[in-house]
Design a protein around this ligand. Structure first.
Ligand SMILES: [Zn+2]
Length: 253
């Protein structure tokens, strides 16, 4: 219980840093310097106003200097990362695997929000993410290097082919380069069976949510809907429930 709470708080604190990454990486700003500042009045945020979740509640969601509202996304990202960390610990126990998956979870959270905002998946995360995932899979994780390599090549190769075919047949970009690198990273971490499951889950959730968005007129038919967040959802479903789903599908005991 103490460990779960510690890990939850660690998740909140790192979540606060993820907010910095989400806002600064697309602008190619340093994520270390300067210290956090209010996006409205540019005043630096003192440490006592930068406590995850708590500061947002104490300040009633407004900047102390300019009183402009602070986006609800800041505490939401912190809370999401905290809950994610606790759930990973719950699933994988106090093991080195838990640490790897926690880093993976945080990277995916940053990718999701940047893709939602800017329709890009930053190379600074996925390019080092692919070899790091492979190394982790080869040494710490149960995936192993062979399955990791197969997952990387299968996921990345499949998406590369979709991108190439849609350019050839539909004369438009169906799949961005960012998606290709993201799915290769997920494949390297989870192996070939689970990356296929991740892609399947991403396609299903993408279709359902896409149809809902169009039906409720939140998005038009021609508005681009980024695929990265769905790949992230698929990757996480595969990470947490992949073994159960695959056992059930293949009737394994
Ligand atoms: Zn302000």
């Amino acid at each position: 219980m103490t460990l779960t709470i510690t890990f939850f708080i660690l998740g909140l604190l790192i979540g606060s840093f993820l907010n910095v990454c989400i806002h600064r990486l697309p602008a190619k700003e340093s994520i270390v310097f300067p210290r956090s500042y209010c996006p409205s009045c540019k005043n630096q945020i003192p440490a006592y106003d930068n406590i995850p979740i708590i500061s947002f509640m104490l300040l009633l969601g407004r900047c102390r200097s300019c009183k402009n509202p602070i986006s609800w996304r800041y505490p939401a990202v912190e809370l999401l990362n905290g809950i994610g960390y606790s759930f990973i610990l719950h699933c994988f126990g106090p093991t080195p695997e838990t640490l790897i998956y926690a880093i993976f979870f945080s990277a995916l959270a940053v990718i999701t929000f940047i893709d939602l905002d800017h329709q890009i998946i930053p190379d600074v995360i996925t390019l080092p993410g692919i070899p790091i995932s492979f190394l982790a899979a080869a040494t710490v994780l149960s995936t192993g290097w062979m399955d990791s390599l197969q997952g990387l090549l299968l996921g990345g190769g499949l998406f590369y082919m979709i991108a190439w075919l849609s350019l050839l047949l539909l004369k438009k970009e169906g799949m961005g380069g960012g998606d290709i690198k993201l799915v290769a990273m997920i494949g390297a971490l989870l192996g070939w069976q689970k990356v296929l499951l991740a892609i399947f889950a991403a396609s299903v959730s993408g279709s359902v949510i896409g149809i809902l968005l169009i039906a409720t007129r939140l998005r038009g038919r021609s508005d681009p809907i980024p695929f990265g967040p769905f790949l992230v959802i698929g990757g996480l479903i595969s990470l947490f429930f992949g073994n159960n789903i695959l056992d059930w599908y293949f009737h394994r005991p």
